[in-house]
Ligand binder design. Structure first.
Ligand SMILES: [Zn+2]
Length: 204
């Protein structure tokens, strides 16, 4: 039985997105204190636990399903030379898929937008090199570009092979194929559309 996502999203992910959306609204009307507090309120430990269960030890990536004729792992020299699509294709992917994970459907935020908010609220939006030093909601709601046939297995940067995914769905599958991960093909479902704008309206 194929599933749409590796792990069901928890309600707190949506709650955090709502708080961050309110934070941006507060910021845009000049209420910096309120924006700061809301960003901090979205940094929920239960979200970090959810994320860790996907990409941490024992996560789905470490438990491939046995499949007949698995795609081989290619040596680095035989993989698509460009690791990620160029900017024009990334823009096209965002236009096509919007600001929700194509697997679990949670709202997502581009790294560039996170960086702009962080520059304005460096204390509230904590972001270090280690996972535990990163704001739990910005970490889980991180918009990434996920290769359906993994790059390491010969996947290309053709837009047909790449979807918008949250960072936990992307890293939770790592280099497994959809079949090995027991996932349904997200291209067979419509992308989620909502009022969520990925916080793109944030301006300093
Ligand atoms: Zn996801």
């Amino acid at each position: 039985m194929l599933r749409p996502q590796l792990l069901d999203p928890i309600p707190e992910l949506h709650e955090a997105a709502r708080l961050l959306d309110e934070a941006v609204t507060a910021h845009l009307v000049g209420d910096r204190d309120r924006a700061d507090n809301l960003i901090r309120a979205a940094d929920l430990p239960v979200i970090a636990q959810w994320t860790e269960s996907l990409w941490g030890p024992g996560g789905p990536w470490s438990r491939p399903r046995p499949v007949a004729d698995p795609l081989p792992y290619l040596p680095a020299g035989q993989r698509s030379r460009q690791r990620m699509p160029g900017k024009a294709v990334l823009r096209q992917l965002v236009e096509r898929d919007g600001f929700h994970c194509r697997f679990c459907g949670i709202p997502v935020i581009r790294a560039e937008v996170r960086a702009r908010i962080r520059a304005a609220y460096p204390e509230a939006l904590r972001w270090g090199d280690r996972n535990v030093e990163q704001h739990a909601a910005f970490q889980a709601l991180w918009l990434t570009y996920d290769h359906l046939v993994p790059h390491a297995r010969g996947g290309t940067n053709d837009p047909e092979n790449v979807v918008i995914a949250c960072q936990p769905c992307n890293c939770g599958r790592a280099n497994l194929t959809l079949e090995e991960a027991g996932l349904a093909d997200p291209r067979e479902r419509e992308p989620v559309r909502s009022k969520w704008d990925g916080l793109e309206r944030f301006r300093v």
